[in-house]
Write a protein that binds this ligand. Structure first.
Ligand SMILES: Nc1ncnc2c1ncn2[C@@H]1O[C@H](COP(=O)(O)OP(=O)(O)OP(=O)(O)O)[C@@H](O)[C@H]1O
Ligand SMILES: [Mg+2]
Length: 184
């Protein structure tokens, strides 16, 4: 994976597979501190202690099609090879939080890539799941919370309706992507 946005997509897929109803994706960065943090939190089925211990090891997976799960190990690698750190916290029946820290200027830090595209894809491909995206550069912040969008749309119009897609795309651009401002 050459873009952190694709790692985020991959980790959010784990949350979806875990039956999450709400997925919170947060991107915090500070250029003066040369740091950025990506976290993905869900209210899915969580993991037991044993799975949690093994989960960043590529030979742990609950997949049946192949034996090696790579999502978490790759995300971990992206942080640890860019002067950062990585953690997974989880409780069975409650949910999971994955957190990756980076040195922005580190030569091996992967570019963020198409964060807005990933956000749009997650929301429109999973219209029954709620997402809360939060981006902040330490001074300005922006949010997309699908629970709020739902309230405005009412019950009849789903988040994957074609006319909603155009609105979401613009909203994501203005409230998330513009805050990043091509800096990551
Ligand atoms: N958010 C989550 N909630 C519950 N369990 C999770 C979560 N994320 C990961 N897991 C557990 O950890 C395992 C490893 O996840 P990982 O993403 O590394 O691999 P995978 O999803 O099994 O395969 P891949 O991502 O390569 O398709 C999963 O199979 C699942 O059992
Ligand atoms: Mg996975």
């Amino acid at each position: 994976m050459r873009e952190l946005a694709l790692n985020i997509l991959d980790i959010a897929e784990n949350s979806l597979a875990a039956g999450a109803k709400l997925i919170e994706i947060t991107l915090l960065f500070s250029q003066s501190k040369d740091s950025m943090r990506i976290s993905i939190r869900d209210d899915g089925c969580g993991m037991d202690e044993e799975t949690l211990q093994k989960v960043t090891d590529p030979f742990t997976t609950s997949r049946t099609t192949r034996k090696v799960g790579m999502g978490l190990p790759l995300f971990k690698y992206s942080a640890e090879s860019a002067g950062g750190s990585f953690s997974v916290a989880s409780r069975k029946g409650e949910g999971t939080e994955v957190c990756a820290d980076y040195r922005i200027s580190h030569i091996d830090r992967m570019p963020l890539g198409d964060f807005g595209g990933v956000a749009l894809q997650l929301v429109t491909m999973n219209p029954r799941v709620d997402f809360r995206f939060f981006v902040s550069d330490g001074e300005r912040g922006g949010v997309l919370d699908t629970r709020e969008v739902r309230e405005v749309l009412g019950e009849e119009i789903p988040l994957d309706a074609p006319e909603v897609r155009a609105f979401l795309k613009e909203y994501i651009q203005e409230n998330l992507v513009d805050i990043i401002g091509g800096r990551l």
